[in-house]
Structure formats: structure tokens, C-alpha cells
Write a protein that binds this ligand. Sequence first.
Ligand code: ZN
Length: 278
Amino acid sequence: MRLLTFRSESGTRAGRLDGDGTVTTLDAPDVGALLASGADWRERAAAAAGPRVALDGLDLAPVVPSPSKIICVGLNYKLHIAETGLATPEYPTLFAKFARALVGAGDPIVLPAASREMDWEVELAVVVGRTVGGADAADAREAIAGYTAANDISARDFQRRTAQWLQGKTFDSTTPLGPVLVTGDEIGDATDLELTCAVDGEEMQRGRTSDMLFAPAELISYLSRIVTLDPGDVVLTGTPSGIGDSRTPPVRLRPGQIVTTAIEGIGTLTNVCTGSAW
Ligand code: ZN
């Protein structure tokens, strides 16, 4: 099943994307609210027969617009660790983002005027489907609602100002999330999917989730032993190699460029970069 959140005149709505390209409106304002509405969300979403709209022309919001937590994993692909020259971590490298960083699948990425070093990071994002704490790997797998695509657009200069990365990772309107959440029954455990990122049509990243150091279920288990995860929480699982920062000379994003982020079996995000007022 493929779920999405779209904007309408009366606010956002959750929808189910059907095989014929139409979207069936669900009884929830967004996918996060759907996941939080009770353990039987899968059955209700699958059975829904609400008003139908065409996918074409829909204005997509971040698939989960306001997660209670957005947790990100750095240095999680072996080839990316190699290109950064950093040591292979023994434990997941964690940082957070706030919901204001999120944008939809076709929204602009707002490059902050304060940064001169904006960079791309295609990432598989895991969406939590139920409350889970202290989970082993099997429980963690069960707690995953599904997977979506993200781009962890990063301000490298701010990221490097201090040992903590957060300030380079959560500028407003910098992280596309979507276009759809694909449930686990359709995509499996997402441990061998191809991910790509292109800028103005030039391929910058191409990797496979099989290169991950810590797989999605392992990450959910690890995180759930630190903090109880809630329905709609989003975990960005790290980026493969090919970031602009590791090139010689480094390559940066500029206003006007188009970032295309794609994951096999999930879909594509197409976002134009704009400048910010401050
Ligand atoms: Zn990242």
C-alpha cells in the first residue's frame, strides 16, 4: 500500500495511492495522524472508499508533516564512511531534525543565505507505525509502518562549526520527504534498494541500502532502547557515497538548481533550490 499526504483548500489530507494513479481520500488529516489513529490503520486505510482525486496535479506535503521525532543517522554507508575519511562507528551516529525542516516532494528546497556550503544526501527514511520501546530486532521490524525517500540537505559549514552536527542539519524547509510511504508488506525490509541523487540531471549519488552498516530494523531497535518511538516518527538512515563535500573541489548547491532524489520501489522527489530571505 502507498500512502501520501496532500494539501487541499481545507488543509492537508491523507490519501491512498491506487494502482490506477488515483488517490482515495482517507479519514485522517495526514499519514502521521493515520498511523496514530489506532493499531488497525492498515486495514482501515486498505478498505477506505472515500472521494477519489487524480494524483496528477496534487500538491504533496511531507508524507508525515509533523513527526514527534525526526532522528537521523550519520555515517551509515561503508562507501560514504570511506569518502569522509572518518572512522567506522561502533554505534549509530545520531542527530535530530525538527519538523520545520521538512518539505513535500515538489516543494522548493530553501537554501539558507547564511550558508555557503549546501550539499545533498539521498536517504531511505523509516516511518514508525506504532508505539515501541525496548524492542528487539523482530519487534522493531513489526513496528515499522513503511519506508519513504528523503534528502538530508546539509549546510556543511554550519555542520562543522562544532562537534554536534544539528545546526547544519535542520534549517527550515531543507528536507524533502515523500512522495509516498510504501508499507512493509509491499517493499519488504528495504535492505537492498537502489538510491540516487541528481543535480540538474547530473547523477551525483548511486548506492544500495545493502551497503548500510546498521540496517533499518537494527536502528529502530537501538533507538527504541533510548527513547520510546511513536507512530509517525521518522528515522533517516544515512546517505551513500557521492556527496558534494567529498569532491575535489567540493561541489555546492546553488539557487535555481533542481535536486532529483529517487529510491527504487518508492518514487522520486523533484525539488528546485531557492534562496532564503535570511
Ligand atoms: Zn544524512
